[in-house]
Design a protein around this ligand. Structure first.
Ligand SMILES: Cc1ncc(COP(=O)(O)O)c(C=O)c1O
Length: 490
């Protein structure tokens, strides 16, 4: 144990040791039943007399904070709850530089906060950006982890290759090829979720103050990232066919962006798909103006009907589009495995940049994923997910027809995770949220998806895959009640 001691202090050494341990016990960092080092050992570690340590232990024992068991050692006791030091230190104790940071930090809503705010015992949430956790193949994955540990031993616990586990990269190319995107394992970089891929690509290509062009609205996590990195975010408007590529050329001439970020298929939050002609035009324009495209294909495969659209990457003659996708939505977000596909010098630069950022994505999880996601299994899992999610979408759409008041506008999505709703102009989704929490339902209000964070107040996003059909029915009923209350409010 390493205890900081001030050897020239007027405070005796035994008191310093005692105070340090007391702080640890009362703050909970030294948990009950933790075995403390033997006094002889601690005295040697700290370079003090054994009596000094014994005196410190004696005071703590008298105060009921530790106890010694004959022949076994000295252990921490559970402290009296009245003495416990609260976890949140008062802000005034932070150094000035920390206090400045505290004022600027924006805390995301935690599920605990939401539950507290809602005061409803059984909140139904349509707010998340992921699938139904009850459908995660958790048990299969547990077995696969065991298999990998048995099969690969310590190799599974190494850092692994900086661009990702080679057999997993190979599998990713097969999955992509089965979805119509042909690439090679040498062009795949495994990342810690697709969020890391967005972060690496944008940081490599832009510096603070540079312009990045995005659809408006767009994925709130990307907006937060680009803002945090100090980029100037410029909006391209969208309509029912996705990004209005017709408006793009003028914006490119005006703003000279360094990167175009787009979610062309089952967009977050709108659920729309970019038309094929716009896809082709987007690539032509980006090429003409020498601007890379960052394509976020987070749920491109979750299509429930309609004609499939090729990924932008599949239309790329080479090196224009950096493609990003993830296992978070189709499998489980806690894996933290996503990937990007890039060709040309940018690929190696991204590999190097990823390595200096985090050395590697978990080898154990990559190996397990590689065992779990054979192309065949991925396809059948995808088929089942699509069936389930299509039913849930239909359940939500029909519940919306029954329970939501007239005047709410939306396009039924053909895939993905979300329904994007427009309220009447004079209604605010932020205000609706308070009523919704009281009724016991949660959703994502529109503002977070817009660059100015205010332009989306009469929009809201509902996740239709995260809840069971019964919960969807009940949740939309509650949302209908909340909406009626909002409309009746002065
Ligand atoms: C459009 C989009 N892209 C990327 C991500 C990041 O997901 P992950 O890092 O889990 O792959 C999300 C998560 O919600 C998303 O909605």
């Amino acid at each position: 144990m390493r205890i900081p001691l001030k050897r020239h202090s007027v405070v005796p050494l035994y008191q310093q040791i005692e105070a340090y341990l007391r702080q640890g016990i009362l703050s909970g960092s030294l948990a009950a039943n933790t075995r403390l080092p033997a006094s002889r050992q601690l005295a040697r570690d700290l370079g003090v007399n054994r009596i000094t340590v014994e005196n410190a232990y004696a005071v703590l024992e008298t105060d009921g904070l530790i106890y010694s068991r004959m022949g076994s050692g000295t252990y921490v006791l559970s402290p009296d709850p009245l003495l416990v030091i609260p976890k949140d230190q008062p802000g005034a104790t932070w150094p000035l530089w920390q206090q400045g940071l505290e004022l600027r930090s924006s805390k995301p809503r935690s599920s605990v906060e939401i539950k507290k705010a809602s005061r409803h015992p059984e909140l139904i949430s349509f707010a998340s950006g992921i699938g139904d956790a009850h459908l995660f193949p958790a048990e299969d994955f547990r077995k696969v982890l065991q298999t990998v540990m048995r099969r690969d031993g310590i190799a599974a616990l190494d850092y692994g290759e900086p661009n990702g586990h080679a057999p997993l990269r190979e599998t990713i190319t097969h999955i992509l090829a089965s979805q119509g995107l042909q690439t090679r394992a040498e062009n795949v970089l495994v990342t810690a979720g697709s969020q890391q891929a967005l972060s690496l690509v944008s940081q490599l290509l832009l510096k603070p103050g540079d312009v990045i062009m995005v659809e408006s609205p767009t994925y709130s996590g990307a907006l937060e990232l680009f803002r945090a990195l100090g980029f100037k975010v410029v909006a391209v408007p969208v309509d029912r066919q996705g990004m209005q590529v017709e408006a793009l050329e003028k914006l490119l001439q005006q703003h000279h962006p360094k990167l175009i970020y787009t979610i062309p298929t089952f967009h977050n939050p709108t659920g729309t798909c970019l038309s094929t002609s716009r896809r082709i035009e987007l690539i032509v324009l980006a090429d003409r103006y020498n601007i890379p495209i960052l394509e976020d294909d987070f749920v491109g495969d979750l299509r429930y009907e309609g004609r499939s659209q090729p990924a932008l990457k599949a239309l790329d003659p080479g090196g224009r589009v950096i493609y990003v996708s993830t296992f978070s939505k189709i499998l489980m977000p806690g894996l933290r495995v996503g990937f990007l596909v890039a060709e040309g010098p940018i690929y190696q630069r991204l590999v190097d940049f990823k390595r200096v950022n985090d050395l590697a994505t978990s080898t154990l999880i990559q190996r397990a994923l590689e065992v779990y996601v054979t192309v065949g299994r991925y396809q059948s899992y995808l088929r089942r997910s699509c069936q389930t999610f299509r039913k849930r979408r239909d359940t939500m759409l029909s519940a919306m027809q029954r329970y939501l008041p007239a005047g709410i506008d939306f396009d039924p999505p053909h895939g993905g995770l979300f329904i994007w709703l427009q309220l009447l102009e004079n209604l605010s989704s932020t205000k609706l949220l308070s009523f919704a929490w009281e009724e016991g339902v949660d959703f994502s209000p529109g503002n977070g998806f817009f660059i100015d964070q205010t332009g989306g107040d009469h929009w809201l996003r509902l996740n239709f895959v995260a809840q069971s059909p019964d919960q969807i029915e009940e949740g939309i009923k509650r949302l209908g009640r909340a909406l009626k209350r909002l409309m009746a409010a002065p």
